[in-house]
Design a protein around this ligand. Structure first.
Ligand SMILES: C[S@@+](CC[C@H](N)C(=O)[O-])C[C@H]1O[C@@H](n2cnc3c(N)ncnc32)[C@H](O)[C@@H]1O
Length: 196
């Protein structure tokens, strides 16, 4: 069966079409930048997809690096954002060669991970965040998961995992502290954490 990476390669253009013109996450991106207390913070867009939120973070003054494992998403991201650097990376592997960051935007990415993999993702984030570095974590609240997704009539092996605050804190290895549950107008949670 096709996997999660195939899913994003096959649907890359759709994500770009839906999100380049949609500014609905702007207040959360502003909150992330404000929490860094810097005018031009260095921000990592982790699982950046086609680069639309990287674009908005950059337009808010951030120095942005985006990473993702989907070549097709990155192709679009690079072609539309000459001011942002994008790298093809698997976020389960260390990316500390990219340097240190004042903040990380992790939007709709942890929905694909649970257990030891989720733990590793937070560990890798921790490695690159400065002390008091800010994490914007966007996810769907709940319990349980689906292991497959359908796109264009095709089934993909793609976990979709719901999370609770308690569960997230328990896999964060005591390396982050919770700061704020930002007001949400949709069915996602927008949490701010900081690195200890
Ligand atoms: C739901 S999309 C979110 C994209 C974007 N952050 C946004 O705001 O819409 C999840 C993204 O995570 C990426 N992703 C999933 N697993 C990954 C992995 N192991 N390494 C790198 N990127 C991954 C996918 O390619 C996809 O772009």
């Amino acid at each position: 069966m096709k996997d999660c990476k195939d899913f994003y390669n096959d649907s890359a253009q759709l994500w770009a079409d839906n999100w380049y013109e949609n500014n609905s996450l702007l207040p959360y991106l502003k909150a992330l930048i404000n929490y860094t207390n810097k005018k031009h913070p260095k921000i990592l867009d982790l699982g950046c997809g086609a680069g639309y939120e990287s674009m908005r973070l950059n337009s808010l003054g951030a120095d942005v690096i985006g990473i993702d494992f989907s070549e097709k998403e990155l192709e679009i991201a690079k072609s539309r954002n000459p001011n942002v650097k994008f790298f093809e990376r698997d976020i389960l592997q260390s990316y500390k060669d990219l340097g240190k960051f004042d903040g990380i935007a992790c939007i709709g990415v942890i929905v694909h991970f649970k257990g030891a993999k989720l733990k590793k993702i937070f560990k890798n984030m921790c490695e690159v965040l400065n002390k008091d570095g800010v994490l914007l974590l966007v996810f769907k609240e709940g319990k349980g998961y689906h292991s497959t997704s359908v796109y264009n009539g095709q089934e993909y092996e793609r976990n979709f995992v719901y999370h609770t605050k308690e569960n997230l804190i328990s896999v964060m290895n005591d390396e982050f502290y919770f700061v704020e549950d930002l007001i949400s107008n949709d069915d996602c949670k927008y949490f701010i954490f900081k690195k200890k």
